[in-house]
Design a protein around this ligand. Structure first.
Ligand code: IPE
Ligand code: IPE
Ligand code: MG
Length: 247
């Protein structure tokens, strides 16, 4: 079945270069089984592997995963520490395998808010995987789209106030470089699992013309087949970017 979908998408009109994912539904997955929320987060790690390996198989260049939002700091302390422990374990355990697979990992967000142990684990996975050419994996941690925009505005305003930049020079290119995602092309496809029809402060600038796919599957149940199905859905879309359709 999986290989059928993969063959279908390989025969299609080109795959998205950049896929972004809001990995949602871990808590509901756990609740349905009478388990604590952290059990859902733990199970979600398997889905991360599926998304990474599926992306490599499908020939995706960049995969961006929303792992923890700035607003998620308002969750109970016990859930936050379980999530951070899982993140550290992922970084430590998977870095060699990711390097072997040719995955280059970058962690983007307000990293100054993370504990020293978490920072070390993140630095470790980025160093170990540096130079990987099969897939670029962006992990968005302590990330918020509005905060990202504000940080960029503050940095550019400071440069202007200090006379290092003329305000009229601030165009799309300059602004994009000041975002956490500077140098990374916008996502072509956004997947949000668990059926929630909202953006939740994710990549507000970058998603301007991104195609959106929202399957009902809860993140821990997400497999590479779900990724392939999302790409097939994307291949049916007509991207117009505000222009009229070619006839
Ligand atoms: C997504 O799952 C993971 C994070 C936001 C860290 P949730 O924890 O939001 O799961 P639900 O939405 O409560 O099911
Ligand atoms: C968005 O999911 C954040 C991540 C997936 C990391 P949330 O579960 O936090 O978003 P809301 O609260 O449902 O909008
Ligand atoms: Mg959620």
């Amino acid at each position: 079945m999986a290989s059928d979908l993969l063959q279908q998408l390989q025969a299609g009109p080109g795959v998205p270069g950049h896929i972004a994912v809001i990995m949602d539904g871990n808590g509901r997955w756990a609740r349905q089984r009478g388990l604590p929320r952290h059990a859902g987060h733990r199970e979600g790690m398997k889905a991360v592997r599926e998304a990474v390996e599926g992306s490599i198989k499908a020939g995706i260049d960049i995969l961006t995963l929303f792992a923890f939002s700035t607003e998620n700091w308002q969750r109970p302390a016990s859930e936050i520490s379980a999530l951070m422990a899982l993140l550290e374990a992922y970084a430590r355990k998977e870095k060699e395998e990711l390097r072997r697979q040719g995955v280059e990992v970058r962690v983007l967000g307000e990293l100054d808010r993370l504990a020293p142990d978490t920072r070390r684990a993140i630095d470790g996975i980025m160093e170990t995987t540096e130079g990987g050419e099969a897939l670029r994996l962006n992990l968005m941690i302590s990330y918020s789209g509005r905060e990202e925009i504000l940080r960029a505005v503050r940095a550019l305003a400071t440069e202007a106030a200090e006379g290092r930049r003329k305000p009229e020079e601030i165009d799309h290119k300059v602004f994009e470089k000041a975002l956490f995602t500077g140098g990374i092309p916008d996502p072509d496809l956004l997947i949000r699992t668990s059926g929630e029809l909202r953006i939740s402060n994710f990549m507000l600038w970058q998603l301007a013309y991104t195609e959106i796919h929202i399957p009902p599957v809860l993140w821990p149940d997400f497999t590479r087949q779900d990724l392939f199905a999302a790409v097939l859905d994307y291949q049916k879309r007509e991207r117009r970017f505000g222009r009229v359709a070619a006839s």
